[in-house]
Write a protein that binds this ligand. Structure first.
Ligand SMILES: *Cc1c(COP(=O)(O)O)cnc(C)c1O
Length: 381
């Protein structure tokens, strides 16, 4: 059997033809495909606005900048995420603070976040960046209540979760990243994620002022709208120090065809998760699923005692499981800011045991059975 990775993209004829068409059209970048992708993406998650960016890290950066962060301002995130969820705070000169995860869902714990906030004077924190880890939706409604009490903004890092949703207290379906309770949602189109553009990202919001600011920051701070003067047709103004964080039309045309397949991809991911759960129930711990949630399953995470041995054993069998993630506060760069190991117990215990098994729509039943049999073989010694 050929090697089985933990995740991989699926590109078909539609995707290839869409990219070829764009290559033969007038615009390779700043053309109609970007707008089309943004509109279709916003419609898919149910947000009013969407801003396509060169990658999710760039999206996180200008989102924090657009929400307004002064040097030294403090923002809370989870240690169990990709470093970019924290780095965006540093790009804007802010301080990163961590609260612990829930040991069953692996999501940023609302209780731990509340405890941290309430241990400090009012106004100490500016925002919260919770992550829909592995594709499991964060309860943004509960975070909104907390955020309102303390005048905080929320960026939902939904990079793992296009197509995931939860039902709120009114039994209304809330798609991940719809920006109903969070101010902003962030998505990634890196090939290990659901929608592959090579590189790419999307910012979603319902706030028109934020939307305009994000457009400005994406393109150097340059605009032709709301100008203080006008010298003629060529004239533009640079109103802020922005960036070049644009997505190309080539990438957007791939994003459009990939997005159209996402609902089915997530259904397939959930079928794979169901088979893992049936095989592991009572034998291997896996990520919990709150009753009102639909997991988009970027990952399927299990916990085992001798994780390194299982990781090595699977590799010997051509199964390339992965670890998500090394807790961000234990990375050398972040250790410097004063977090010690043992400060965030649930996150550290989780890291000692976690392993992400292969999870992607084109994983065959035969391949999955092989993975399951090797995990059980290891568990049973
Ligand atoms: C992948 C990922 C990012 C960064 O995405 P890029 O598009 O690679 O910049 C940020 N946050 C999380 C949770 C991710 O998984």
């Amino acid at each position: 059997m050929k090697a089985i990775p933990y995740g991989r993209q699926s590109i078909d004829k539609d995707d290839i033809n869409a990219v070829i068409e764009t290559l033969q059209a007038d615009y390779l970048t700043q053309g109609p495909k970007v707008k089309e992708f943004e509109e279709k993406f916003a419609a898919y998650v149910g947000s009013k606005y969407a801003v396509a960016v060169s990658n999710a890290t760039a999206g996180l950066h200008i989102s924090v900048a657009a929400l307004g962060l002064n040097s030294g301002d403090r923002v809370i995130t989870t240690p169990i995420t990709f470093a970019a969820s924290a780095n965006c705070i540093r790009y804007c000169g802010g301080e990163v603070w961590f609260a612990d995860i829930d040991p069953e869902t692996y999501l940023l714990s609302i209780e731990s976040t509340r405890k941290l906030i309430e241990s400090k004077p009012k106004g100490f924190f500016k925002g919260i960046i919770p992550v829909d880890f592995a594709g499991l939706p964060v309860d943004t409604e509960a975070f909104r209540t907390l955020a309102n009490e303390h005048d905080l903004w929320i960026i939902e890092d939904a990079c793992h979760a296009p197509g995931g949703y939860f039902e709120d207290s009114q039994n209304e379906k809330q798609m991940c990243g719809n920006a109903k309770y969070a101010n902003i949602g962030i998505f990634s189109f890196h090939p290990v994620k659901h929608i592959a553009c090579g590189e790419g990202g999307m910012i979603t919001t319902n706030d028109e002022k934020l939307y305009k600011k994000l457009l400005l920051l994406r393109t150097h701070g340059i605009t032709k709208e709301d100008m203080s003067e006008n010298h003629g047709g060529w004239y533009y103004e640079m109103q802020e120090l922005g960036f070049n964080y644009r997505l190309t039309d080539i990438q957007s045309s791939l994003g459009i065809t990939q997005l159209a397949k996402n609902t089915n991809g997530v259904i397939k991911r959930n079928k794979i998760a169901k088979r893992y759960k049936e095989a592991f129930e009572g034998k291997v711990k896996f990520q919990g699923l709150p009753q009102n949630s639909y997991n988009a399953h970027h990952l399927f995470v299990i916990e085992v005692d001798n994780r390194k041995d299982l990781y090595d054993f699977l590799r010997e069998n051509g199964i390339f499981a992965q670890i998500h993630y090394i807790p961000v506060h234990t990375l050398p760069y972040y250790k410097e800011i004063g977090y010690k190991e043992a400060d965030l117990k649930n996150s550290e215990n989780y890291y000692s045991n976690c392993l992400s098994l292969p999870m992607y729509p084109t994983l065959t039943s035969e391949e999955q059975d092989f993975v399951i049999s090797k995990v059980l073989e290891f568990i049973h010694g």
